[in-house]
Design a protein around this ligand. Sequence first.
Ligand code: ADP
Length: 487
Amino acid sequence: MGKSPTLEFDSKWDLSPAPESTGHINLKDQYDLFIGGKWVKPSSKKYFDTINPATEKVIAKVAEANEKDVNRAVQSARKAYNEVWSKLSAGERGKYIYRIARLIQERAREFSVIETMDGGKVIRESRDVDVPLAAAHFFYYAGWADKLKYAFPNRNPQPLGVAGQIIPWNFPLLMAAWKIAPALATGNTVVIKSAETTPLTLYKLAEVIESAGLPPGVVNIVSGAGETGAAIVNHRDVNKIAFTGSTGVGKIIQRAVVGTNKKTTLELGGKAANIVFEDAPLDQAVEGIINGIYFNQGHVCCAGSRLFIQESVKDIVLRKLQDRMESLIVGDPMDKNTDIGAINSKEQLGIIKKYIEVGKKEGATMYQNTCDLPKKGYWCRPTLFTNVSQSSRIVQEEIFGPVLAVQTFRTIDEVISKANNSPYGLSAGVWTDKGSKIFNLTSQMKAGIVWANSYNKFDPTSPFGGYKESGFGREGGLHGLKPYLNL
Ligand code: ADP
């Protein structure tokens, strides 16, 4: 395909730097574990570096929790459950959750900057999406705390006890909110582990939890890698596992909980179809495609990584898409003009590059934007592949990077069967002028969420979760309460 021959607008704006200030950020050099309301040294005595993927500089050292530490965290969660949290009235529980929500709002700027420093995502995303949505989840579930009887009429909703929660690196604070808020609202206590590359906003949340006066042990925060996660999953006194991450680890967790009475929700990978019909508003669709796969570096499990264009508009959509791709700014995530920030880690960049090579070897045609990349840090240009087939690995496998595979279709039945031909079923998008087409398509798509004429829109009232290898259970909304309750 090569470079776009007819740019519709001058794509290289000469913008002055617009960096978000980092002066107000208060970070320690070293973070210990947050257990029983105290900052506790890890019994492993080990600390690992968390780095800024845009600069490769170490931001802080973070404690690595071993089995003993996890045990300590679970014991403290159990004690808090038995002695305090299960005895509080639901209304009182709700007040604490509201307080956490308000404190996140108050410290929103600090949270956004740290999320961007630690994870590489652009400040626009962390400021406008991650942090406000995290606060919104606490507000939303705070409201449910004393209304569980109305949520489940004629049932007797009871908490499960101690919830073990494991989160990934793509939305650290938001995933913590998705998990902690419903757990607390339903009367459970929590042991939560951050992902290895993005522990900092969770420890900032620990500071918020301290300020909110939450009784010690109700939320315990640990950090570490897979072994730490496994220690939570395998702990006998944990009643519920909530996991968001890769399908591979999801399968390990599912095997580990078989035969136990742990309730489990798994939110795993995805390979979403974004479908553009000829009657769609094409400019909006192109924005939706860009938003779906390139913003947030494609580090989104529901990223629209498979694009299906109706054949009659293929050329025009591809041209508009390339033009828009060419205008994207890749670079300093702290700059408010940047569209695509740093890839989260060297390891993840390696995975994405490997898939780009796979795409080329499979005979697909590649187009990448031509912008300059910073010298230090982990970067990937927005990438698009055409001439792919249903069986191509870049069409079937989750890449978790800014890489889009484009296919075409003629009829609605054809695109539904192509879109559903995936081991995953987390999300999808459809762009069309016709409501009837939307209803026809959404009812037949095997995807937990389908966006119509929009993409990646989130709201705490709306449930989220997958089909097939994208996992099971729902988070968000009324549905998100159920996995934390015995009814
Ligand atoms: P990703 O590809 O998004 O990093 P992973 O599934 O590897 O997804 O990681 C998601 C979370 O699961 C991280 O917090 C990681 O530390 C944790 N994890 C990794 N291996 C295991 C395991 N065997 N048991 C429990 N948690 C794990």
